[in-house]
Design a protein around this ligand. Sequence first.
Ligand code: URP
Ligand code: ZN
Ligand code: ZN
Length: 460
Amino acid sequence: MSILIKNGRIITATDDYVADVFISGEKISSIGQQLSMPADRVLDATGLLVMPGGIDPHVHLDMPFMGTSSSDSYETGTRAALFGGTTTVIDFVLQTQGKSLRSALDEWQGRSNGNAVGDYSFHMAVTDFNERTRGEIQGMIENEGITSFKIFMAYKGALMINDSQMVGLMQEVKKHGGLINVHATNGDMIDYLIAKHRAEGKLAPLYHYLSQPEVTESEASARFIDMAHYTGCPGYIVHLTCEGALNAARNATRRNQNIFVETCIQYLLLDASLYEQNFEGAKWVMSPPLRQKKDQEALWAGLNQGLVQVVATDHCPFRWEQKLMGKDDFSKIPNGHPAIENRMELLFSEGVNKGRISLNKFVEVASTNAARIFGMFPAKGTLAVGSDADIILLDPHEKHTLSATTHHMNVDYSGYEGWELTGKVKTVLLRGQVAIADNACHVKKGYGRFVKRHKVAGHL
Ligand code: URP
Ligand code: ZN
Ligand code: ZN
């Protein structure tokens, strides 16, 4: 199968030019002006932007969490991602405390194998670091292609590990050429504030926000960064939300340390005033919570300063009936928010079209940097000869409205209901197949492939 994309404006993290792209099988085989080779299919991209497929390195599909499971399966979640221009996602395997990493991987493979529509990979969340776990790290990196290990500094009793486990894991991961991802918030302090609010009868979603003040994130981020400095292990802070935590990362650059920072689309666009409405605020109960306008400004600036390298989603959807588990107690509301389908178009409309970031920056933070940081570049994350033909065609002028009535995520509300966006993903190719065209998905469950990743360099 061959495809010729004609007359598109090609945008990568560094380039901007009009050309044709010829795809043979799963790969890009030629890029040039007025290519004339015969193709099975020709796509006219006149007036469209031709960009690498998006990479969302922070999603939770079909994940058991807080007494329920996130509502998108590998099928519905990766299909919804494709509709929005994201061709590859990285999900998190969660070790069960007392059990091995291998048994967790078996469990996640059982849910994902044969079910994904789009490509996916795994990070491994280490929730119980001990001598047995230590012995599994090298094999995960070298045999399974799982090169990044997540630690939670919160969710005590379920996912959180302590500082001594953190240091031990970092040393082992460093030794074998991996990377540590961290959910950096101070779990003990948060648990104290949750208990205090509950004891005072303060049970509305607003108190989820008030139980995780900025200091809980800035303190943990700084502590993590110090440990990463001590161990020399590359570190990646997931879902960073606020100015204080960003300043901790900024300080790391002052001592020549490489720390990668991810924020999520919701932290750039939404703020904590959404918690000031009764139970409706549960739609945005996530950890860390939404912050203030001044934090949004810091994050947009951080993108342009190169201090924030990735915009992800932390897609962790729960249907409304699941959110209702916490209707009488905010601490029982499953934490998470749906955005896997909306990330690229939101970032394009609110970021590029509103002049906050350039087109090249858009590609960099929505695709290329994640591919580089997590060991998938240049197969993923760019348009180049030899790269996977994961390509989106985006109309920069088309207007559309986000709504739960039209989205493809398995969740019955939208965090962005009624938002009018400019810029629409029209066509999506995944490894040389037209996956999305004419508002329909043309690849089946099982087409999505697990991406084994290579060791990380620790720098971009
Ligand atoms: O609220 C969130 N973020 N839910 C998913 C788990 C996590 O902390 O990433
Ligand atoms: Zn988290
Ligand atoms: Zn997450």
